[in-house]
Design a protein around this ligand. Structure first.
Ligand SMILES: Nc1ncnc2c1ncn2[C@@H]1O[C@H](COP(=O)(O)OP(=O)(O)OP(=O)(O)O)[C@@H](O)[C@H]1O
Length: 380
């Protein structure tokens, strides 16, 4: 019964078949996305589920999740990972405690019944600190200096791309920015909150798509999104409506009743991205959001993110696609060997050449494939 389709109809809203005829049109999608991210009125007390009732439902979902084999996903990487804080401080179901699984989302306190999930306003941020401000961030793994005194400033309303070669330190940096990995040195503030002094408060304002996804994949897509919304303290009614909107926006309507473990890699990415957005955070931090995602879905996601930024949200993402960064992002940082070699508006960073050329220049240029002549011997 763990994560069954039957369960999804109780926990995740409507049966998927009822959504099948609601495929978005281009204009319709933009409008729905705009509505989704627009400020909403406070939900009245005693909405169709109180915070307690909603939490109880989340507990059911959590118990179902814990009842399966999700423990196989691994252990919490860092003591600061959100799951343990969630259970301790906000009295939501202790899935992580029972299963030692990393919850991929920062949390909103349970019992927070407002439709507006993130209490921090953009104008609460220090005017000169930016929405995300990183100073001297450093992390080593043994002898590997993954991030080396890195500075970064991302201002509100930016669509900020981070690029760098494999192993440059992008994921390590984003993990420290989102409170998932403790730095050796340095500071990170998000919306004016010091992430490592007050991680719970900072995480409430952030939506995260981590690189190494660990999701509760014995839940259906609908259950996973519902659970993510419950963890954020949204009411049951709000979550149901947002799950529906997100399923439509990400083209996952027909998959909502299926186990996430049966999803393709791209579908897992999309449902995880939807989970990162469900509480309408002020900042979205996305590690390679387009990896494994098909071009049609990628275009749809870009549209969603552009609308989000257009309505005042901030996106920080890593990508290996120079074309994407050049086309969509307004700012970019090139990270090499744990340090920022260039950062600023895309036009300034690339100068008279393409971003790809600039990147190759900074990241070591084109190297001839010397010593590989054996590959052309075609001995087999
Ligand atoms: N948990 C870890 N233990 C040991 N080394 C690690 C760990 N995480 C990252 N590293 C190392 O830190 C360096 C930076 O890794 P990171 O994943 O941040 O790079 P990246 O820029 O995201 O790379 P990619 O583009 O390939 O995803 C690499 O040398 C990597 O091997």
């Amino acid at each position: 019964m763990v994560g069954s389709t039957e369960g999804s109809e109780e926990i995740g809203g409507e049966a998927p078949v009822e959504r099948a005829d609601r495929k978005p049109t281009a204009g319709g999608l933009a409008e729905r996305v705009k509505r989704f991210f627009a400020p909403r009125p406070t939900a009245p007390e005693g909405d169709d589920a109180t915070g307690e009732a909603a939490t109880a439902e989340a507990a059911t979902a959590g118990a179902d999740a814990a009842d399966g084999d999700i423990a196989e996903h691994g252990t919490v990487e860092d003591e600061s990972v959100v799951a343990s804080e969630t259970d301790e401080q906000h009295d939501v179901p202790s899935v992580a405690e029972q299963t030692a699984v990393t919850v991929v989302l920062p949390v909103e306190p349970a019992g927070h019944t407002d439709d507006e999930a993130a209490p921090v306003r953009l104008d609460d941020a220090l005017p000169d600190s930016g929405t995300v401000s990183v100073r001297g961030l450093t992390k080593s793994f043994g002898d590997t200096h993954a991030v080396d005194h890195l500075d970064l400033d991302v201002h509100a309303g930016s669509f900020y791309g981070i690029v760098g070669p494999n192993g440059a330190g992008k994921t390590t940096t984003l993990s420290m920015i989102t409170g998932l990995l403790r730095p050796d040195e340095g500071t990170v503030t998000v919306n004016g909150i010091d992430v490592w002094s007050d991680p719970a408060a900072a995480k409430r304002t952030i939506g995260v798509l981590p690189d190494r996804l660990r999701v509760f994949d014995r839940l259906t897509g609908a259950q996973l999104l519902y659970y993510a919304g419950m963890l954020r303290g949204l009411t049951s009614g709000v979550v149901r409506s947002r799950v529906d909107d997100l399923a439509t926006a990400f083209g996952l309507q027909d998959a909502m009743g299926r186990l996430v473990s049966d999803y393709s890699a791209g579908m897992v990415k999309k449902v995880s991205l939807a989970a990162a957005m469900i509480h309408s955070p002020r900042v979205l931090v996305l590690d390679e959001p387009f990896e494994s995602v098909d071009p049609v879905s990628a275009a749809r996601i870009v549209e969603i993110l552009q609308s989000y930024v257009g309505n005042g949200g901030t996106v920080v993402l890593s990508s290996h696609s120079m074309d994407f960064i050049q086309r969509v992002c307004d700012h970019v940082a090139i990270i090499v060997e744990g340090q920022v070699l260039a950062a600023g508006p895309v036009e300034d960073v690339r100068g008279p050449v393409s971003l790809e050329e600039r990147f190759l220049e900074l990241a070591g240029g084109r190297q001839a494939a010397e010593g590989m002549e054996w590959l052309h011997s075609f001995s087999g």
